[in-house]
Design a protein around this ligand. Sequence first.
Ligand code: AMP
Ligand code: MG
Length: 487
Amino acid sequence: MDAVSLSAITLSGHFAREFPEMAIAWRAVEVLEPELLVLNESLAADLGLDTDFLGSSDGVGLLTGYRLPADATPVAQAYAGHQFGWYAPRLGDGRALLLGEITHTDGRLRDVHLKGSGRTPFGRGGDGLAIVGPMLREYLVSEAMHALGIPTTRSLAVVGTGRLVQRETLLPGAVLTRVAVSHVRVGSFQYAAATGDTGLVRRLAEYAITRHYPAAAEAENPYLALFHAVVAAQASLVARWMLVGFVHGVMNTDNMTISGETIDYGPCAFMDAFDPAAVYSSVDESGRYAYRNQPVVAEWNLARLAESLLPLLHEDQEKAVQLAVESLDDFRRQYSAVWAAGMNAKLGFRQGLEEDVTWPLVEELLALLEEGRVDYTSIFRSLGKAARGHSEPARQLVPDVGAFDAWAERWRALGPDADAMDRVNPVYIPRNHLAEEALAAATGGDLHPLSRLLDAVTRPFDESPGFERYAVGAPEDFGPYRTFCGT
Ligand code: AMP
Ligand code: MG
């Protein structure tokens, strides 16, 4: 039965207990005028939490962290990180808390975590708060990613605090309740390694193996197997971002999980027009985290993880480096394999087609999309229609119709599987103009547009009547689009 009171909830404090060196006991600030803005009922059910209870004053207290089961041990987690290539030895949860772990109906633990719960000792100059727009944005985009089948942290709720927060203007405050298979990051290992305590790194590695990669424990070298598993998980994750046109925007090592879940939706965006150089973040002036750079950055971040793990990989440092390098070499192979398989699926290619037949078609299509600045999501979905003989929607999207027709004729001759395409090419993603519109309305108190958009993006592959405007690209006068760090 779902928990209907605080005392019926078990928030175990595994991380808090096992890593006192990396956790500061801390409490969330009290929210005086909480308003539950959005609640993820299906996720609540998966966590054994009753939705009526979550809507009650104790429930909202739990979701914002100031009313907890008596034995809960909330902590701010310590981590380090490379931010835009620069090493910061002490980042940590400046405005976030890990409330503890809860058991999901799948039997595995989930972290329950807050963002915007008040300043912690890691807060440096920040106010420890978060505002409604960016917290709802994380909710929207993470739930869209989950519906697309891409590993991600989830969002359980956003609660408005009724308090105004100073940004460029005064804006309404909010707390996001986030759920993850864990919040152990590449930056967590960097922090542990920087203490010089190899025992701590080893315990953290054991923790990651137990929670995420239990098979690694059976390997001859479990720590190398852990590293290799993270390489594979991240290669697959980033390939899947690329396939849906997702730009994370701030791939610092503290924003990269060991589990392979997408984390920290700040200045992220889905591409409208296909543009390998796409950058949306207002702070990413050099384009370090541009769309096309994401695999290279992921590999760079994994090299930082390898450095932190070196003492565990082999007692001879040279041998340890060699093992790490060999393992990291696999990133490109794994990334390419997942990306190619995904692209073949997007184009409906049947099994067994030779690569020298399919590959030129992929390359030529992407060149056409880039040249014509074609809407990335719409074109793939329209190709599903073209595979059924209805080419007009796709033709209307590509300026060079002649080149497209020639391409499409060769592609159709391979007999693309339209149904299979529709299962991987979404109709609905959180398009930038729609997200902006919904979040502006929500900030002003009208949650209806957000709720409609959530309905669309959480069933991304099913075309639904009444949702036509959610399926089309941004209007001409929208953009160039800029996102701001999730503040
Ligand atoms: P992020 O860019 O959200 O991944 O955050 C990077 C670091 O800055 C983390 O250590 C955050 O906890 C911290 N941080 C971000 N915003 C705030 C804030 N408003 N107050 C305190 N710390 C913050
Ligand atoms: Mg972060």
